[in-house]
Design a binder for this molecule. Structure first.
Ligand code: G6P
Length: 612
């Protein structure tokens, strides 16, 4: 989704804004722009369709932009095609204010009609421009920018994170938020706003997160925040311990490849705070043993790959905890009038903690009394702040749109949580518990083993990169794993792929198999290996070209039957997807590479989806 940055300090804002925008590029976008203000030159704006590099090019062809306060934006088009005019910042007709916006103004047509009837002229097709025009309209009337801002916010329906620059007050930027992420960064003699912490960590690690209804006024050495009634608000600041280099490529061709290789370390860091002396401990959780014992059901809600983690979680939690577990797409769940109450535990999973569908679903269940435990990667993010309990994965900043290390860390976190609940409820045998703990301890090294030899995946990619459709099949955990493998492939290579429960093949899918169709058969789930083998034969009999994935000790049995084989080490069966996902990620990566795709920023996709 759109990225927002803002800076006010002692030096020229333009270079800092450009640098921060580049750090937001990973979110996915189609145009970029900045606005800077100073007393002599007033508002200066440059914006264009395309990447920040194109914006930089434009800036070299014009007089330097001077001014120590500015705002910047990367746009992911919703209203109006991606072009120069629809790019942000949007400037009001008399040039008094400039606006950057993330979110959707739902009543923009209504506001536009009102302003058109008052003689205001519009330049763009966007919903955002109405905010700039309405702000100037009120500002002309009251001549107090804060009064005008509050009058505008009163009339907006929808979601917004706004950065505002005003020609009359060149010493400040103003920010406002409702249902879209926005943070404040506190630097040495300077202040920032940003939609995401990666934009500012090169300058400051101290941030606070704006809440719905808040308005912030940032000047060089001071930040003031007010609530919706204009009362001052005391903000709590958070220290972000992410390393700046973690958000840089560090010699890898793509962030995605780097993040694939960071998985052993990310998983180790996620496990270690909770695993001591052979025991999983979640001492900080507010749920009591009585509550865990009285649990009626667990509902997992998430989107995208986080939902796929939930799919694996359903199998593993039911197996360990012995309570019914449902897993739902947050976008569906929020409108389903869910049957949850005080004895329901909601587990919300999100890398960013800013996915609007997940946040809305959580608000729905909280209003019905359910307890919400979130698994989140970004400290202090919106989802974390509205949850009863938060468990942070320690993946570090994930930049590639296609998630890899966040997925792996979410998986181990959910498994540890299941194991912890199971121990409290007495639903796991002590030797089984010990076996899983031992397997967890060994997992990072086993993941590294898979990553130590990537030549094989490059070779396989060279064999398959020109296919136009691919099917993944598997049963139980392999089915859930196939959903993620298939998503990785389609996201970054644009090959049409689907994942099917292998037992369902006969009920329709098998009619799609013809001579040479590529089927990726997942057979890592030991209890159903023989059935997986039968499914391989079934598709081969219809001409499929089968690439299989299995564990080292079953490789022999499969090799006789398939064209190509990928293997991973054996682990406890509930952790097997943590190893199985790596070959699927690497295969998708190298296939996309061979197809010449923009791997870190796939078309039309965004890293953090903050609109419905
Ligand atoms: C986007 C990303 C996916 C991610 C999904 C959910 O679609 O491209 O990689 O899985 O959002 O995001 P979340 O931050 O809630 O995990």
């Amino acid at each position: 989704m759109c990225g927002i940055v803002g800076f006010v300090g002692a030096e020229d804002a333009a270079p800092i804004l450009l640098d921060s925008l580049e750090r937001l590029e990973y979110r996915g976008y189609d145009s970029a722009g900045i606005a800077v203000v100073d007393r002599e030159s007033g508002l200066q704006v440059e914006k264009c369709k395309g990447y920040v590099s194109e914006l930089r090019g434009r800036l070299t062809q014009r007089a330097p932009m001077t001014g120590c306060a500015g705002i910047g934006h990367t746009r992911w088009a919703t209203h109006g095609e991606p072009n120069d005019i629809n790019s942000h910042p949007h400037v009001s007709q008399n040039g008094r204010v400039a606006i950057v916006h993330n979110g959707i103004i739902e009543n923009y047509i209504h506001i536009k009609e009102f302003l058109l009837s008052r003689g205001v002229t519009f330049a763009s097709d966007t919903d955002t421009e109405v905010v700039a025009q309405l702000l100037e309209y009120f500002f002309n009337d009251c001549d107090d920018i804060m009064d005008a801002v509050y009058q505008v916010l009163d009339r907006l329906e929808g979601a917004y994170a706004l950065g505002i620059l005003c020609a009359d007050t060149p010493d400040r930027i103003i920010a406002a938020r409702k249902d879209a992420p926005l943070l404040i960064g506190y630097g040495e003699g300077c202040s920032f706003i940003a939609s995401d912490v990666t934009a500012v960590i090169a300058h400051t690690r101290t941030v606070s997160y704006m809440e719905d209804g808040e308005v912030a006024v940032l000047t060089r050495g001071r930040v003031e925040v007010f609530d919706e009634y204009r009362r001052p608000v005391e903000k709590t600041s958070h220290y972000v311990d992410w390393d700046v280099s973690a958000a840089e490529k560090g010699g890898y061709a793509h962030f995605m490849l780097k993040e694939i290789h960071e998985q052993p370390q990310a998983v180790r860091s996620t496990i270690s705070p909770y695993l001591r002396d052979g025991k999983i401990r979640f001492d900080g959780l507010s749920v009591s043993t009585d509550y865990i014992n009285g649990l009626r059901d667990i509902h997992i809600i998430a989107c995208g790959s986080s939902y796929h983690v939930g799919m694996i979680g359903k199998y593993n939690l039911e197996r360990l905890v012995r309570v019914p577990v449902s897993v739902s797409l947050a976008s569906e769940f929020q409108y389903s009038d869910p049957l949850v109450g005080r004895d329901s535990l909601i587990i919300a999973i999100s890398q960013s903690g800013e996915t609007l569908d997940t946040i809305t679903a959580v608000k729905t269940v909280r209003s019905r009394g359910a307890h919400v435990l979130s698994i989140v990667n970004v400290v202090g993010s919106s989802l974390a702040r509205i949850s009863d309990d938060v468990l942070y994965t320690r993946a570090g900043p994930e930049i590639a749109v296609a998630t890899t290390k966040a997925y792996s860390t979410q998986l181990v976190m959910l498994n540890m949580l299941g194991l912890y609940f199971a121990e409290q409820r007495g639903s796991v045998a002590p030797d089984e518990y010990a076996a899983i703990v031992t397997a967890l301890e060994a997992l990072p090294a086993q993941m590294q083993q898979v990553l130590d030899d990537t030549d094989e995946y490059q070779y396989l990619a060279s064999q398959y990169f020109n296919r136009e459709r691919v099917f993944y099949i598997g049963r139980n955990l392999d089915y859930a794993l196939g959903l993620e493998g298939s998503l990785k492939l389609k996201e970054i290579s644009y090959i049409h792929s689907e994942s099917y429960a292998a037992g369902e093949l006969k009920h329709g899918t098998i009619s799609l198999i013809e001579d040479g169709t590529l089927v990726i058969a997942l057979a890592t789930y030991a209890p159903l290996f023989e059935k997986a083998l039968a499914n391989v034969r079934e598709v081969q009999a219809r001409g499929a070209d089968v690439l299989a994935l299995t564990t080292a000790d079953r490789a022999g049995a499969l090799l006789e039957n398939v064209h190509n084989l990928m293997t991973v080490p054996d682990t406890h069966l509930i952790l097997q997807p943590n190893l199985g996902v790596i070959p699927l990620q690497l295969l998708a990566y190298y296939i996309a590479l061979q197809r010449g795709c923009d791997i870190d920023k796939p078309r039309n996709l965004a890293k953090s989806v903050t609109v419905e």
